[in-house]
Design a binder for this molecule. Structure first.
Ligand SMILES: CC(C)(COP(=O)(O)OP(=O)(O)OC[C@H]1O[C@@H](n2cnc3c(N)ncnc32)[C@H](O)[C@@H]1OP(=O)(O)O)[C@@H](O)C(=O)NCCC(=O)NCCS
Length: 145
């Protein structure tokens, strides 16, 4: 697993983050993609410290040789479905503004939330009618402040 995250990002920050989230018990939704028993992709969702009952998506990674083959999309969609089924209210994300809107994430929806990550790459996906619209957004401790 570490090898996948490391190869996808080409640095230690994200693999370290995955391990820190797991160690803290914050890897609440963690899915992997496998081909013939070999892990080739992963996605992780952790609980936000605020707002209540919201998740943060990340990291998500796919081995470079398997990218652009729909695997990342499948992982993200499966994670979102799981989050919705479990009754989470929404999902925050920091990512590419061309990739994530296809899953329903939008920077506009995140605009009401104060966060050190606020900006065009900070997005939110409301999962139900109970989703918050404004407030403070704080990721799990492993992300830092
Ligand atoms: C981002 C990532 C998880 C997507 O997984 P994937 O399996 O390659 O993605 P999919 O095959 O489901 O989707 C392909 C789409 O993603 C887009 N995409 C992939 N990587 C991208 C990137 N770094 N920036 C912008 N778009 C990207 C492709 O352009 C393609 O778009 P299209 O369908 O319009 O052609 C994967 O490319 C990856 O691990 N990248 C390196 C790590 C990373 O950047 N993680 C996300 C941090 S926000």
């Amino acid at each position: 697993m570490r090898a996948v995250v490391s190869a996808a990002f080409g640095q230690d920050e994200e693999p370290d983050l995955v391990e820190a989230l797991r160690a803290a018990g914050d890897a609440l939704i963690a899915l992997v993609a496998e081909i013939e028993g070999e892990v080739i992709g992963q996605v992780m969702f952790s609980p936000m410290r605020a707002p209540d009952r919201c998740l943060g998506l990340g990291p998500v990674s796919v081995l470079p040789e398997h990218q652009r083959d729909g695997i990342g999309s499948k992982l993200i969609r499966a994670g979102i479905e799981r989050a919705r089924a479990e009754g989470w209210r929404g999902v925050f994300l920091l990512g590419h503004s061309t990739y994530y809107p296809r899953f329903g994430f939008s920077p506009e929806a995140a605009r009401g939330f104060a966060s050190p990550f606020a900006g065009p790459h900070f997005m939110f996906l409301a999962l139900n009618g109970d989703a918050p619209r404004e407030g403070i957004a704080r990721y799990a401790a492993a992300f830092g402040d």
